[in-house]
Unconditional design. Structure first.
Length: 163
């Protein structure tokens, strides 16, 4: 059975596609392709159908990550097929919890930075959209820092299913 993860930010052109790309690379590096599938979406549909922000693309490519992406809006019906919904900041977390149709679905929602022990109380991945390139670099650093812990948690879930 495939384990499905969806990363969610506001417009699905900066943070969530970055998280999706980094996590996919971690999944491939761990030899879990086919067992774990990652995608992303936005809480809103403002950029639906558009590619990732060019700054996101350039930062991902410069660090060796895939940058193929088309923005889309998160849909209520997706909760049924997802195992984990990863919010990039507390605003997304609140929006997703309001959208969750059941308590079980609400328990699937987590903040990405909660998987980074060094994050402390600062669990929001800052939105780089209105800033310069350095914000996109910082976003990538935050995403990478949390991805190892997220992968470990997903691997543990997979092992629990096999037991």
């Amino acid at each position: 059975m495939t384990y499905r993860v969806c990363f969610v930010c506001t417009g699905n052109i900066c943070r969530s596609p970055m998280a999706e790309s980094v996590f996919r690379a971690r999944v491939a590096g761990a030899g879990l392709e086919g067992l774990v599938v990652a995608d992303s979406a936005g809480t809103g549909g403002w950029h639906e159908g558009e590619p990732a922000d060019p700054r996101t693309v350039s930062v991902l490519e410069e660090h060796g990550y895939d940058s193929e992406h088309t923005a889309r809006q998160f849909q209520l019906s997706w909760f049924a097929r997802l195992d984990l919904v990863i919010a990039l900041d507390t605003g997304h977390l609140r929006a997703l919890r309001r959208l969750a149709p059941t308590e079980e679905d609400a328990r699937k929602i987590r903040l990405l930075s909660s998987y980074d022990p060094a994050a402390g109380d600062d669990l929001d991945v800052p939105d780089p959209y209105y800033g310069g390139r350095d914000g996109f670099e910082e976003c990538l650093e935050r995403v990478e820092a949390a991805s190892a812990g997220l992968l470990a948690a997903v691997r543990e879930e997979l092992e629990g299913r096999a037991a």
